[in-house]
Design a protein around this ligand. Sequence first.
Ligand code: NAP
Length: 353
Amino acid sequence: MQRMHSQNAKGPVVVYGATGHTGRFIVEELLRRGHAPVLCGRDVTKLAAMARAHPGLVCHVAEVDDAAALDRTLRGASAVINAAGPFLDTTVPLMEAALRGGAHYLDTSAEQRAALAVFEQDGAAREAGIVAMPSVAFYGAFADLLATALMGDWPDADAIDIGVGLDGWRPTRGTRITGERNHGPRWIVRDGALLAIPDPAPTRQWQFPSPLGTQDTVMLSLSEIVAIARHLRCPSVRAYMNLAPLRDLRDPRTPAPVPADERGRSSQRFVLDVRVRRGDVTRRAWAQGRDIYAVTAPLIVEALERVLAGDVAGAGAWSAGEAFDARGFLQALSPEHFVVTFDEETSEGRRRA
Ligand SMILES: NC(=O)c1ccc[n+]([C@@H]2O[C@H](COP(=O)([O-])OP(=O)(O)OC[C@H]3O[C@@H](n4cnc5c(N)ncnc54)[C@H](OP(=O)(O)O)[C@@H]3O)[C@@H](O)[C@H]2O)c1
């Protein structure tokens, strides 16, 4: 295992896409934890406005296709958080700049192909002495961490099923554009291989905890599938989502999210319900919380701090579940950012774990 670079270890953290909806939550979380992030993006007007609100923070303007500007921005940085999507447009240039600059790379992608593009850079990340970690967000790392925590001492499992339940979804502009851009094939794990989702996508009922209860869901797989497939031994990994938020998403009249509490979170409620089955035992964990954009910030900043603290075994491309003590990671954010409940059901009955 390659050792990680130390030359930039004390350098600042760059947030690319800092002025986006999710980027702003990430910047606030970094500030709250005592970091002084470098704000970066392509829009000078938005960056200048953000800098006025945060005097003392350094700003850099850089287009993703301007390698020299990205290199200047990342010079001496310990890490870059890429919060600018569609990631099919931003992952590769930001990742390449991170490799050149010896800065760890983390992003919030939900697109499977973008996550795979980072995992494919495992060798280059080892060479450069950096950690590269895609999809450290609600879609991606969250289900990966829950599934990994559930696996515990099991060397393998028969099936991992993920249910995403939302009481509604007010999408950001970035979500809408990303959805339009992300029209390639999507994969689930079937018979131990990444295979295209059946067409039409299968539907099933899912028993979420209250208040959502029983919901009609449809198979919808995002980056958690490729993150889990990378390191957990399981021939079947599938994800489903309830229909109401998908209707919101498809309706062009659905407005963008609005802040509804002191932290700027919207009123959206989520439950992420993961079930791992091995033989006749099913382990289940569900996380309940508020605002899928806002919760992405503590997830990625917690990961960043663990990377900077040297908690990852070595340089290379990692999924969050693969890299960290998953249960400890989730506990560190609970109950402040979400509440996780663990449960186990056997043929003899069930017990709260
Ligand atoms: N995996 C998850 O659970 C999760 C959670 C949250 C967000 N996300 C993803 O994060 C991305 C951003 O979402 P958001 O809600 O923050 O959207 P947003 O508020 O619209 O912000 C998007 C940000 O990305 C920047 N951007 C977009 N394309 C770019 C490009 N080609 N070059 C440089 N900058 C670019 C935008 O810059 P301009 O302002 O200049 O346009 C803006 O700063 C989306 O892809 C979304 O799917 C994923």
